[in-house]
Design a binder for this molecule. Structure first.
Ligand SMILES: CCCCC/C=C/C(=O)SCCNC(=O)CCNC(=O)[C@H](O)C(C)(C)COP(=O)(O)OP(=O)(O)OC[C@H]1O[C@@H](n2cnc3c(N)ncnc32)[C@H](O)[C@@H]1OP(=O)(O)O
Length: 259
């Protein structure tokens, strides 16, 4: 599939999406958001794809929403633009398949919000992360107020939103905002290693983990625990469960088919 503002690549069971506006630090305009949404749909409906990786070309992962559009936007356009962004982030978070944000450089504003919609974040040591919207007299609008707070806690999230400060990847790792920090030269190989490891697990179990964690986190503990138990009933009906248990008993590696 041909895109203007992103590149996609299928590599075995991995699907790479690279934001491709390096001259503008991969800032998110409407076109890019629409193409990103399409690419995510393609990856989602392809049975062979087991893990989706999102990254950016050049020195940025993504420097946020395209500020140059802001002065031309009518309030109605702004609503449309913000809604489209939210829809894309929600779609990524709610995918049945795992996603990894490979943060190669700046992840700011809408760029950090995109990374937060992914399940796992691996960052280059050189990367900087933040929500600088406050410096523009606005505030995060692609889910950052909620997802950052749930990821690193209220105090730290409010500090990042209120100061607009950029933090180095190592600090982001310390806060639990990124899972791992590696030198830029190892970023792709380390991300691929993690993606390949996950791609060999049962897709059904992975989808259920996402469902129970993502829905459970916004529910009372008792409801989350109940969802976990109900999911257990489902997982025991799968071929993958039989395969996993038999492989253990037969002392061999399992091959999961997602059934
Ligand atoms: C409408 C709904 C919105 C929903 C919520 C989302 C909101 C947002 O995301 S608001 C944007 C938040 N992001 C920022 O405020 C970051 C802005 N960028 C910067 O502060 C800097 O560019 C930098 C610190 C990230 C990098 O600085 P530097 O290395 O000096 O690089 P340049 O500033 O020269 O950038 C190169 C090139 O890229 C353009 N650019 C960078 N960020 C954006 C952006 N967010 N939107 C549009 N364009 C951006 C920058 O203007 C330069 O372009 P040229 O001047 O044409 O070379």
């Amino acid at each position: 599939m041909e895109f203007e503002t992103i590149e996609t690549k299928k590599e075995g069971n991995l699907f790479w999406i690279t934001l491709n506006r390096p001259d503008k630090l991969n800032a998110l305009n409407l076109k890019l958001l629409e193409e990103l949404e399409k690419a995510v749909s393609v990856a989602d409906s392809d049975q062979d794809v087991r893990v989706i990786i999102v990254t950016g070309k050049g020195k940025a992962f993504c420097a946020g929403a395209d500020i140059t559009q802001f002065n031309q936007l009518t309030p109605l356009d702004a609503w449309k633009f913000s809604r489209k962004g939210r829809e894309v982030m929600d779609k990524i978070e709610n995918l049945n398949k795992p996603s990894i944000a490979m943060i190669n450089g700046y992840a700011l504003g809408g760029g950090l919000e995109l990374a937060l919609a992914c399940d796992i974040r691996i960052a280059a040591e050189e990367a900087q992360l933040g929500l600088p919207e406050i410096n523009l007299g606005i505030y995060p609008g692609y889910g950052g107020t909620q997802r950052l707070t749930r990821t690193i806690g209220k105090g730290r999230a409010l500090e990042l939103m209120m100061t607009g400060d950029r933090i180095p990847a190592k600090d982001a790792e310390r806060f639990g905002l990124v899972n791992h920090t590696v030198p830029l030269s190892n970023l792709e190989s380390e991300t691929r290693k993690m993606a390949e490891k996950i791609s060999k697990k049962s897709p059904v179990a992975l989808a259920l983990i996402k469902e129970v964690v993502n829905k459970g986190i916004d529910s009372p503990l008792i409801s989350g625990l109940s969802m976990e138990s109900i999911g257990w009933g489902v997982i025991f009906s799968t071929e993958d469960k039989k395969e996993g248990v038999n492989a253990f008993l037969e002392k061999r590696e399992p091959t999961f088919k997602g059934k």
